[in-house]
Design a binder for this molecule. Structure first.
Ligand code: KIV
Ligand code: ZN
Length: 524
């Protein structure tokens, strides 16, 4: 009740396991629900809506077990406005240290038409069901579904009935995401001012995101006097979802100067639970999602990266550590500058001089033009592929491959071998085989291919493939590696790289060194 609640405290009611699970396709298993409930409890959520017990045997079991295991949070179940639902819900939350029944009915004209109840009949139903729930538990939440499209007088009338019947929390759902911030604040404020007994209960806000306003509407409702926000992790929920827990909690934390309310959420747990919910629900988090998106603490442009390296506050209003991230990410892309590349190289353990940086920067930009995002592994691959390149006997100048269905693959390679330009075309069983055969035509050798391995070291279809090739020749072993967004190019380069190392090894083995003449096939 408001009287017992600190004036500035906002309760966080999480409904990921109920409204969130109602997102089409977001079903979670029993064990996954228990895990998420445990994480919510641990992070300090005040009320966990664990499910809709009458909906299925699975929901009933999940709510019961979550209730039994709960440590701190109130455990709540949902029930429609009938005794059967309410009894089942009471049974499910029975073992919770702090049980709550949340019962609701649609009060707007559109929703009243479905059970075909008159206003009076519905008012009576609300009285009877809330009274029944209150006889079963001390903590009863009541919701007039579609409140934001319910006639003002009728809304006040039914809320008063619910309060008199014993509801301790009155939730005002914007079921279809129809309201806007000013209206949301005003509605709660006027209800608290108007409805008799309103100061005896907690008003809650439950906003859907159909217009992308759910978080703004929820915060505005707090401004109007609501002291419970209903939300879900990652904003999961029916249609466009609900208010996102991470957004309201961080907004209250970051802008406490203009929104002087607080929650008891441990924000450092946010990223972990967000990732778990995304995994178990199968709902990926959009890259640019506030707080928990992959890019929320990532800066790519040269100006931003340079600013971030000088002072993090230039482009960040909260610390990544506050939401449980280890730090800011400065992903390298085509907009990145030299400062960010040098910083990344240093972090990866490479100390480079100005000239070397210049050279790497050119190759990095070439790669960044081809790839959306350049990852750490790309940089490592770039550094490795640059090693020894200048002194190589064999260099790939260009290659073209024709492959597909209906016929053998064909590769045409142009190579520079000890300063001479040569080219050859070969056919093979697939593009890599054709490319290797073309290399062998240009540089005949008896090296035996011991290993050929492709690793897609980065994410996405434009990933850089790193290819490893191991060759053996008369007991000498040489390994070559190359990375490229084109796997066949990376393969040819890795093969050539291994041959170059083999040539070096031949020179180093002294007595038994291979002194065979290298025969070239002249370019035509
Ligand atoms: O959106 C809604 O109206 C609901 C109710 C059940 C509270 O989820
Ligand atoms: Zn809802």
């Amino acid at each position: 009740m408001t009287t017992a609640l600190e004036k500035d405290r906002v309760l966080i009611f999480d409904t990921t396991l109920r409204d969130g699970e109602q997102s089409p396709g977001a079903t979670m298993t029993h064990d996954e629900k228990l895990e998420i409930a445990g994480l919510l409890d641990e992070m300090g959520v005040d009320i966990i809506e664990a499910g809709f017990p009458i909906a299925s045997e699975g929901d009933f079991k999940a709510v019961s077990e979550i209730a039994e295991r709960s440590n701190n949070a109130v455990i709540c179940g949902l029930a429609r406005a009938n005794f059967k639902d309410i009894d089942r819900c009471a049974e499910a939350v029975r073992k919770a240290a702090k049980p709550r029944i949340h019962t609701f009915i649609g009060t707007s004209p559109l929703h009243r038409a479905i059970p075909n109840l008159t206003m009076d009949e519905m008012a009576e139903r609300i009285h009877d069901t809330v009274t029944h729930a209150r006889n079963l538990v001390d903590d009863v939440q009541w919701s007039p579904m579609d409140a934001t499209r319910t006639e003002w007088d009728y809304l006040c009338r039914v809320i008063e009935i619910a309060i008199k019947a014993g509801a301790t929390t009155i939730n005002i759902p914007d079921t279809v995401g129809y309201t806007a911030p000013l209206e949301s604040a005003d509605l709660i404020r006027r209800l608290i001012e108007t409805v008799p007994g309103a100061d005896e209960v907690i008003f809650a806000t439950h906003c859907h995101n159909d217009l992308g306003l759910a978080t703004a509407n929820a915060l505005a409702a707090v401004e109007g006097g609501a002291r419970q926000i209903e939300c879900t992790i990652n904003g999961l929920g029916e249609r466009a979802g609900n208010t996102a827990l991470e957004e309201v909690v961080m907004a209250l934390k970051v802008r406490n100067d203009i929104m002087p309310w607080h929650t008891q959420i441990d924000t450092t747990k946010i990223m972990h639970i967000s990732r778990r919910v995304s995994t178990v629900s199968g709902f990926p988090v959009q890259f640019n999602k506030a707080i928990v998106g992959k890019n929320a603490f990532a800066h790519e442009s040269g100006i931003h990266q340079d600013g971030m390296l000088k002072n993090k506050e230039t482009f960040e209003i909260m610390r990544p550590e506050d939401v449980g991230l280890s730090g800011t990410s400065l992903p390298l892309g085509k907009h990145s500058g030299r400062a960010a590349l040098r910083d990344k190289l240093n972090n990866l353990g490479y100390e480079v001089g100005d000239n070397q940086l210049k050279d790497i920067f050119v190759r990095f930009k070439e790669l960044a033009d081809r790839k959306k995002e350049v990852f750490d592994d790309d940089i490592i691959a770039l550094m490795r592929s640059g090693e020894d390149a200048e002194n190589d006997h064999l260099q790939l100048v260009s290659m073209k491959v024709i492959c597909g269905t209906g016929g053998p693959a064909e590769a045409t390679l142009e190579m520079e071998i000890d300063g001479k330009d040569l080219s050859a075309t070969a056919q093979g069983d697939g593009p890599v085989d054709a490319a290797f055969k073309a290399v062998r035509e240009l540089y005949p050798n008896s090296a035996h291919l011991q290993l050929y391995q492709v690793h897609a070291v980065t994410e996405g279809t434009d990933a850089q493939a790193t290819v490893s090739v191991r060759l053996e020749e008369d007991g000498n072993i040489a390994t070559g590696q190359s990375a490229n967004t084109d796997t066949v190019v990376a393969s040819a380069k890795a093969y050539i790289n291994a041959l170059n190392r083999l040539i070096v090894r031949r020179g180093k083995v002294g007595e038994g060194a291979d002194t065979r003449e290298i025969s070239y096939k002249d370019a035509t």
